[in-house]
Design a protein around this ligand. Structure first.
Ligand SMILES: CC(C)(COP(=O)(O)OP(=O)(O)OC[C@H]1O[C@@H](n2cnc3c(N)ncnc32)[C@H](O)[C@@H]1OP(=O)(O)O)[C@@H](O)C(=O)NCCC(=O)NCCS
Length: 365
């Protein structure tokens, strides 16, 4: 395997946003364990931490939350435009188009700012909610406007007022997946920012990169796989046949983690609390064990474990999120990390322009 082709271990930026130790399974956001933030902070506080470099004071927090709530509103024009998009467009594509459409030279001048980041992040659930309601032919009429971001996201994606423990689980998921170094979508956001394009352009390009099943498009595929297995007794045969055909098991393996992903552990704990009685969750636990065992047999020495997408699927299903909302929910969380990287890139900008090696023919003499 030519590692240079996938840019493994190539450092293209210095960052103070997150530290990942793939051997020990550590994830730190600006000096705090991501898992502890997930258990003790709100998503808005984590966004503040990533964008401003420290947690807010009480007064800063109040102002920030007020701005966040105001920013979630969408103009009438934008709402009409969302309703006019073709019905067949996936929600991730709707988000990609809608965020690109937010580009407005006066509001989103280069360089990007935390206020611009807030304007986009706060609107994502609303974009989903407006679009979802339009597809169902019902008016978008949220019962509460002073909700937290996680409550708002839950209502916009499920159409229900989520009970507090579900909101807490959703918020933990959103925090744990908000930032993760230079993965493909974050790298995309930094590349676009480095050209001095506006923030919505960088974020919509990043959604394009996230949509693929090798990155953020995986959790709904995990659920499909579990549905196809259906029964513990069929798991081994199903997984073996996939591996025999040279296919990848979705929800397993990670470019960086060569041990258990700390986000997977945290989500597994949450999912376990929520869904102990659920047969579907027991199936997920069983499939994880079988898959890890079979991956050791078919791919010895590769250190393949369940990745964050595997248990993200368990948590999101337990909350009651429709499958087609999984990747858009990943967008809603990761947009915070993308924006933080755009801010960091802009602060010391130099256009990103790697090289390639020509291996084609030369003109004949
Ligand atoms: C995440 C992922 C893209 C990382 O890929 P990567 O670091 O580039 O790993 P590689 O493609 O170099 O794979 C190394 C080896 O492990 C194997 N492998 C990696 N993930 C595998 C999986 N999920 N199932 C089966 N084999 C896998 C590869 O086939 C390769 O085997 P080989 O050396 O015999 O060719 C990869 O693990 C994958 O495709 N996983 C499934 C999709 C998924 O869950 N995506 C969500 C990511 S959070």
């Amino acid at each position: 395997m030519n590692k240079a082709i996938g840019l493994d271990d190539v450092v293209v930026a210095e960052t103070a946003l997150s530290a990942i130790d793939g051997e020990r399974g550590h994830l730190v956001y600006r000096g705090y364990w991501a898992k502890e933030l997930a258990l003790s902070s709100s998503l808005e506080e984590v966004a503040y931490l990533l964008w401003y470099g420290r947690l807010p004071t009480q007064a800063e927090r109040t102002v920030f939350l007020q701005k966040w709530r105001e920013a979630r509103e969408l103009s009438e024009e934008m709402q009409r435009w969302l309703m006019s998009l073709p019905r067949s467009l996936s929600m991730s594509s709707v988000l990609q188009s809608a965020i690109a459409a937010l580009s407005d030279e006066t509001q989103f001048d280069w360089p990007p700012t935390p206020d611009q980041a807030l304007q986009v992040a706060a609107k994502i659930p609303t974009i989903i909610g407006v679009r979802r309601h339009a597809l169902q032919g019902v008016p978008f009429d949220p019962p509460m406007r002073d909700w937290t971001h996680a409550q708002w996201h839950g209502w916009c994606t499920c159409g229900n007022v989520l009970p507090p423990r579900y909101v807490r689980a959703l918020e933990a998921y959103l925090i744990l997946t908000a930032e993760h170094g230079l993965n493909a979508s974050t790298f995309t956001a930094r590349v676009v920012t480095s050209t001095q394009a506006d923030l919505p352009s960088a974020l919509s390009a990043a959604i394009g990169a996230l949509k693929g099943p090798l990155h953020g498009g995986a959790p709904s595929h995990v659920e499909t796989m579990l549905e196809e297995i259906g029964d513990e007794r069929l798991a081994e045969a199903y997984l073996r046949s996939r591996l025999e055909q040279g296919e990848r098991l979705i929800g397993f393996g990670h470019r960086v983690y060569k041990t258990v992903d700390p986000r997977t552990e945290a989500l597994k704990e949450i999912a376990q609390e929520m869904a102990e009685e659920e047969p579907w969750f027991r199936l997920a636990l069983y499939v994880e064990k079988e898959a890890v065992r079979l991956l050791q047999e078919y791919k010895p020495g590769r250190q393949l474990y369940a990745n964050v997408e595997f248990y993200a699927s368990a948590v999101l299903k337990a909350i009651g999120l429709p499958k087609e909302m999984y990747t858009p929910t990943f967008v809603a969380s990761r947009v915070i990390g993308w924006a933080a990287h755009a801010l960091e890139q802009a602060a010391t900008n130099r256009i990103i322009r790697p090289g390639s090696r020509y291996v084609g023919p030369m003109p004949q003499e």
